[in-house]
Design a protein around this ligand. Structure first.
Ligand code: ITT
Length: 219
C-alpha cells in the first residue's frame, strides 16, 4: 500500500480513480512547503519529510495553476492564493487579460528509502532537486525540527513524475472537481464540468500518474 500524501481529498479521488483499486491510501500529512519558483523542489523535500513520518513508501502530489500573462502566477503559491484571494478573485484578476492562456502542472515525488536504478528518464534528478531544496549553505540555522531533519537526509533518493496540461482561464463554470477547476477550460469544458475519469484522461495529474504507474509497475 502506497501513502498518497495530501490534505486534499480531491487529489486522492483522482489518484484512486486512476491507479488500481487499493494501490494508494491517503496520508493526511501537511509537509513543510518551502518557498521555491518550481514545484519539483517543494515536492521532493515534502516526499523526504513524509517518508520519515510514514516510515513507508510515499507519493507526494504538488500542483499549481500557472497563468502565462501573469508570469506564471499563482504557480507554486496556488494553495495560498486560493485560501486568501479565492478562485473567484483569480478570475476577476484575469478577466481583462488579452491572453488568458494558462496551465496546470503537477509533480509527483516518490520516496521509499531505496535508490533508483539509472534511467534515461530526465525526471530522476535527485541531486539537483536536493540542492535546490536544501538552499544556500550559509543560510540561517533551520527554523524547525522538520527543516533540520529534511536537511539531514537531503540525499534520500526521490523520483519525480511531472504532468502538464494547457488551457485558459474563463468565468467559473461547473460544480465538479475542486480548487481552480471551475475557471480552467481545456477544450470546450472546464475541469469542473468533467467527471473524474475525463479530467484524469487529459489533466496534469493524470499525465503524472500515467508516468508514475508505468514506472511503479516494475518496482
Ligand atoms: P496538499 O498540499 O496537502 O496536497 P493542497 O490543496 O494545498 O493540498 P497543492 O499545494 O498542490 O495542494 O495545491 C495548490 C493549489 O492548486 C490548491 O489551491 C489546490 O486546490 C489547487 N489545485 C491542485 N490541483 C488542482 C486541480 O487538479 N484542479 C484544480 N485545482 C487544483
Amino acid at each position: 500500500m502506497l501513502n498518497y500524501v495530501t490534505t486534499n481529498p480531491g487529489k486522492v479521488r483522482e489518484a484512486e480513480s486512476y491507479l488500481r483499486d487499493g494501490t494508494v491510501a491517503q496520508l493526511d500529512f501537511d509537509y513543510t512547503e518551502i518557498q521555491a519558483a518550481e514545484l519539483a523542489p517543494i515536492a521532493a523535500r515534502g516526499a523526504r519529510e513524509a517518508y520519515r513520518a510514514a516510515d513507508g513508501p510515499v507519493l507526494v502530489d504538488d500542483a499549481g495553476l500557472f497563468i502565462e500573462a501573469l508570469d506564471g502566477f499563482p504557480g507554486p503559491y496556488s494553495s495560498y492564493v486560493e485560501d486568501t484571494l479565492g478562485v473567484e478573485r483569480v478570475w476577476d484578476i484575469s478577466r481583462d487579460l488579452d491572453d488568458r492562456r494558462s496551465a496546470f502542472r503537477c509533480t509527483l515525488a516518490y520516496c521509499d528509502g531505496e535508490a533508483f536504478a539509472a534511467s534515461p528518464d530526465p525526471v530522476d534528478r535527485g541531486d539537483r532537486v536536493a540542492a535546490a531544496a536544501t538552499g544556500p549553505s550559509d543560510r540561517n540555522a533551520a527554523d524547525t525540527d522538520a527543516e533540520e531533519e529534511a536537511d539531514a537526509d537531503a540525499t534520500l533518493p526521490v523520483k519525480l513524475f511531472e504532468g502538464y496540461v494547457p488551457g485558459r482561464i474563463v468565468a467559473p463554470r461547473g460544480d465538479g472537481g475542486f480548487g481552480y477547476d471551475p475557471i480552467f477550460e481545456h477544450g470546450d469544458e472546464t475541469f469542473a464540468e468533467m467527471d473524474t475519469e475525463r479530467k484524469n484522461a487529459v489533466s496534469h495529474r493524470g499525465r503524472a500518474l500515467e508516468k508514475f504507474a508505468e514506472w511503479y509497475a516494475d518496482r
